[in-house]
Design a protein. Sequence first.
Length: 369
Amino acid sequence: NKANNNSVTSLNFLSLEEIYQEIIINGDCAKEVRLLLELRNWLNGVCEFDPRSGQPSPLGKSTLTKQIVKQWSVNNEEPLKDRLSRIIEHSKESVKSITNRPRQKVLREHSILPVYAVHEVDSSTMHWLSHKSGRNIREKLAGKPYIKAVHRHLSVDTTENRLFKDFSLKLERYLIERVDALEIGSDQSEYELLGSIKKWLQSDDAAEIHLWSNLPPNNTLLQDRSYRKIWDAWLWLQRLDEDLQNDQKRLFSDWQTALFWTIISKLKQMNQIRFVEQPIFFDYGNFQIEPQIETKGIIYSKKDSKQIQNISCSIKRDKIVLKNGKKVISIVSKWNDQNRKITISIDGKSKVYKPSISEMKEISEHAIR
């Protein structure tokens, strides 16, 4: 179920850093920006993400509605979990693992070494010796006991570590803005993660690693458990601002989607209502929560269980339509640019609400009276 894709707010297209700055300065679009973050926070709260792929797993309708009901009692003092939070959650354990023990490769180089330190020679050694004066090796090295030989040593300057360094630099920049904008305290895991990344970027290992140059992913990036998560998270970071621009285009339709499922969850709490159980699929990027069939159920009388009415709920263009037997209830949301609030019309009767997820429970209660 998805609402019309046209956003009707005055929100300009902002990057993630601009969104955080808008919150810090409490700018003209602060209410829209906060709603944008609240909606993604709501979706992050109702989804269950696969730990390997980071994608939301399908849920049964009952499980989904229970997740939504849980959102009503979430501590509002907790920092909002936005798109960046999902990237952090998917990659944070990998960041810890890699900063503690990055993958290394053996480098084979030629160096001028003292004879006692030589462990391996090759054709380059023979070629180098051939240019030295003397009839044998003893004579050739008599004046200066050094020789060109193979020198092997470990290096962290690998393709996968170059990508990890690039990811860490980008994530550090975003985390600094996020910590400031949402006033994340030192007791929060994101603050701790920021400290770990800063410390690693100042380490000798990070200094040895060259810059990433958009190489194709190697087997380690695609198959190693830790590096694969970094690769996925890096790709999400690359398109983060584009995804946020699409979120801003869909802001009002995403509001409608969240309100629709809040109404369903409120109805499902009522003892005399039963909905058809079915799997629900998620399109995280486009804020879509998709049942396989229309959301239908029955209402039965508490006095006589044989008295049954059909009930259904759907989104049609810019309104939510709730059918209860022969009764049809239309729920229309409209954005007011002047006072930056949302007007909810239920069967023609209007009421103004602030643009916030916290209002949805009250709106849903009003809709099903």
